[in-house]
Design a protein around this ligand. Structure first.
Ligand SMILES: [Zn+2]
Length: 413
């Protein structure tokens, strides 16, 4: 159990309210018990010109690739990148060697995330993964068990161990979820089954949706580069062509889950009838979008259409995606990318990276803001120079992470 402590800093950014200049907060038994301005009662740990804000939430990543030293090439867009990923996976040995590699990659990703100020992660786990998350320290995890299946046999395989894996995850210190991979890799019957399981178990859904133009082409015409990629990989069932759902129909389906995370959504606005966006907006009390700006730039050559989501009143959270498409797991770097591009203000980006991320992972009652009686999940940032705007200072590239706390205890070495 952490000792009671009062932290004093030049700025405290609760995100749920105004910035507090010359502020302090008191932590007892891992929770925030008081927040104030100027001189606090009792002994104080003064962190000087630091900025304290809620721990960052990386709402979408795949930690299994955290041992890659550099991202794979984005040439050829998503279909070519997926072929590279599958080739990488097929090179890996089976059995114990891969289990150990996976565990150490996850550890590396958790360690890197804690160093980057992250206290909550929305993680996607393949069918092999769930055992590898047991007993982990570091950031809080919501692990979405991924399912892929186009042919009848693949659908049976995908669903056979799903409930067992989700229950296994929920028994540990990890929160579980379910992830239908994408509209081009999950046939309609499997999708219906996954949503029904999420309702029965009360688990949230995360799904890659409208990530590429090629996805829209496949759903509209049944062909294109994504179909060729699936055929090359032997994943397209030629005898019994799969029934695929449109992005709009997936949104309706995912909205039946207790909470739904639409990953990317980059091309949702391309639907000429506007059905997909309209449905997303209609279900915004249950659905939000997580954008991964640097990955979208690499694989699609654009940045996420943030103003479109904002104009529909849809919450947006931030993810890094994996180190297979991104050089690191820094949520602050993702924020910087969209602020530098003029898409959002620093305070909007930091709200996406904290409060909205916590909501996305269905953890809004325990993280995302600094407030009384909440767990003390927070990050202490140290700016190098003097910035009049603390939100801007938090995103300055020269600002460093001094410490990351979960439940009032440091998770950075
Ligand atoms: Zn992803």
């Amino acid at each position: 159990m952490s000792l009671p402590i009062t932290l004093r800093a030049r700025h405290i950014l609760p995100i749920s309210g105004e910035a507090i200049e010359d502020g302090w907060l008191r932590i007892e038994r891992g929770r925030i018990v008081a927040i104030g301005r100027r001189k606090p009662p009792g002994p104080v740990q003064d962190v000087g010109p630091a900025i304290i804000l809620p721990g960052l939430i990386n709402a979408h990543t795949h930690l299994e690739f955290s041992d890659l030293s550099a991202p794979l090439s984005g040439a050829g867009g998503l279909p070519a990148w997926i072929e590279r990923i599958v080739a990488l996976r097929r090179l890996r040995p089976d059995g114990q060697t891969e289990a150990l590699r996976l565990e150490s990659a996850i550890d590396a990703g958790l360690y890197e995330s804690a160093l980057a100020g992250v206290t909550g992660i929305g993680e996607i786990a393949t069918a092999l993964g769930p055992c590898a998350y047991r007993g982990k320290g570091g950031p809080r995890l919501r692990v979405y068990r991924e399912a892929i299946g186009l042919s009848p046999a693949a659908i049976v395989r995908a669903s056979s161990s799903l409930v067992r894996d989700c229950k296994h995850l929920s028994q540990g210190s990890v929160a579980a979820g379910i992830s239908p991979h994408a509209p081009y890799s999950v046939a309609a019957p499997l999708g219906t089954q996954l949503i029904s399981t999420s309702r029965t178990l009360g688990l949230p859904i995360a799904m890659h949706l409208a990530e590429s133009r090629e996805e829209a082409e496949l759903l509209a015409t049944g062909g294109g580069p994504l179909r060729s990629m699936l055929e090359n990989l032997g994943a397209w069932p030629t005898l019994t062509p799969p029934t695929l759902l449109s992005a709009a129909d997936w949104i309706t389906l995912v909205a039946k889950a207790p909470r739904g995370l639409i990953v990317h959504g980059t091309f949702l606005g391309d639907d000429r009838r506007g059905a997909a966006l309209a449905r997303l907006s209609r279900h915004r009390d249950r659905l939000c979008v997580v954008v991964c700006p640097r990955t979208t730039a690499l694989l699609s050559g654009v940045l996420p259409p943030l103003s479109l989501f904002q104009s529909e009143g849809v919450r947006v959270a931030i993810g890094t995606d994996s180190r297979a498409s991104n050089p690191d797991l820094s949520v602050l770097a993702e924020c910087r990318r969209i602020v530098d591009a003029g898409l959002v203000s620093p305070i909007e980006a930091l709200t996406m990276a904290t409060r909205n991320g916590a909501w996305a992972l269905m953890q809004e009652h325990r993280s995302g803001i600094l407030a009384l009686s909440r767990p003390a999940d927070l990050v202490i940032l140290m700016p190098t120079g003097h910035h009049p705007d603390p939100y801007q200072a938090a995103l300055d590239p020269t600002t460093s992470v001094m410490a990351t706390l979960r439940n009032g205890k440091t998770i950075t070495p």
